[in-house]
Design a protein around this ligand. Sequence first.
Ligand code: IPE
Ligand code: IPE
Ligand code: MG
Length: 228
Amino acid sequence: MANNKLKHLAIIMDGNGRWAENRGLKRVEGHKKGAEVVRDITTYASNHHSIETLTLYAFSSENWKRPRLEIEFLMKLLDNWLKNELETYHKHSIRFQAIGDISKFSKKLQKRIYDTQEATKNNKGLIQVLALNYGARYEIVDTINRLIKDNIEISEDNISTHLQTPYSDIDLLIRTSGEERISNFLLWQLSYSEIFFTQTLWPDFNPQELEYIIENFKNRKRRFGAIF
Ligand code: IPE
Ligand code: IPE
Ligand code: MG
């Protein structure tokens, strides 16, 4: 029986808007509840014996297409959330890291992101990576351009190690809310990931369901092209 080791878990946290709409609430209420779930799942992952990195898709480079008020709410939520989360990061020795083009965010939010990275950089437990204004195609093109500029050979290894996310390939990708697509997330790093889609909307997701999915992952046959 397989017993796969889960080192890098990635999650597309989807369904906040529908969760709120189902309850007759404004979409932003779903984002608020979703942020609480991020804390629960991060804490669970930080206590898990094998997870080293948890990468969460929080805002895509395509999410700018949303109404201005929703975007502003998300930015404010993120700023407050990072401010309040510092305690949790230290309590569980979590290192926070952002990926994506954060230069498009307000100066205040950029500072909050850099300060949180700086404040947690010596924490030795889980690495929590938040994908913010992230797009995988952009990340790949940007990486190749940097390699060319530095006169480094374009190879699979060099691309892998020069990505904004040099944190090892993803073992398991989960997407909540029943949508079954990648939405421009980590295209390079997902080449051999196991993928699990759940109908659960992100605000209803919880550590029990994550545990169930991890058990399912452990028993999958990961062949990487070979036969065994
Ligand atoms: C995911 O939930 C959160 C973000 C993309 C910021 P959505 O806001 O996409 O929720 P649905 O998919 O509309 O239900
Ligand atoms: C993907 O969700 C991005 C995040 C979860 C941050 P979306 O809700 O934006 O994806 P699509 O538009 O349904 O593909
Ligand atoms: Mg969505």
